[in-house]
Write a protein that binds this ligand. Structure first.
Ligand code: GLN
Length: 199
């Protein structure tokens, strides 16, 4: 049995929990406090509002706890707002420089709200290196515009006006995913995350 924790402070953590519950040999677990991480094999930081999630993490001491968790080599996947929190560099498409707490764990640069606002949200298929095509939903998604060090972009999307940008990046035990895999229900990325915990 693999215990997959979902950071449950704000955002759509329930959708991740529900999808994980359909997978065999997976036990989903809400993570609300640092001590909840003790028996967790892999962690998901969900979509939501990255500013709010980052602030709540700081208040609860989960910022340091999640950084330690990742540095120990345990797998972490950040989806949408979660990907923003994992990045070392964050700007907003409209306001530019942002002032929000982030974890700075991955060598990637992201642009918040790169695809526009809520009405520009959309469903599409993306091709992820090694995993094939996945049906996903973009909701006020960020874009990955750079990766360095041993971080690597493994999925791209072409979008009018902004061109070709990164949608998924991997760096050792960490995955940044700009869309919402939990909504369309494709479990490939979850299986990939879990496979990292067995390495
Ligand atoms: N736009 C949100 C942010 O910047 C992310 C949206 C999402 O997670 N669906 O935090």
């Amino acid at each position: 049995m693999v215990v997959v924790g979902v950071l449950s402070l704000q955002g759509d953590f329930l959708e991740h929990i529900q999808l994980l519950a359909t997978m065999s040999n997976v036990k989903p677990k809400h993570v609300k406090m640092p001590r909840d991480l003790s028996d967790v094999d892999a962690l998901i930081i969900p979509g939501g509002e990255s500013t709010t999630i980052g602030r709540l993490m700081k208040i609860k001491g989960l910022d340091k706890a999640v950084v330690d968790f990742a540095r120990e080599g345990r797998p972490v996947m950040g989806t949408c707002a979660g990907a923003i929190l994992l990045a070392k560099s964050v700007v907003d498409r409209v306001v530019g420089k942002v002032n929000q707490p982030i974890l700075e764990l991955m060598d990637i640069a992201v642009v918040r709200n790169a695809f526009g606002r809520q009405r520009e949200s959309f469903e599409t298929n993306v091709l992820v290196e090694g995993l094939g095509s996945i049906k996903v939903v973009f909701i006020r998604a960020p874009a990955i515009i750079d990766a360095w060090g041993d971080a690597k972009i493994i999925s791209y999307i072409d979008y009018p006006d902004i061109g070709r940008v990164g949608a998924v990046a991997v760096q050792r035990n960490m995955l940044a995913v700009v869309f919402h895999p939990e909504i369309s229900g494709d479990t490939k990325l979850y299986e990939y995350l879990i496979s990292m915990s067995r390495r």
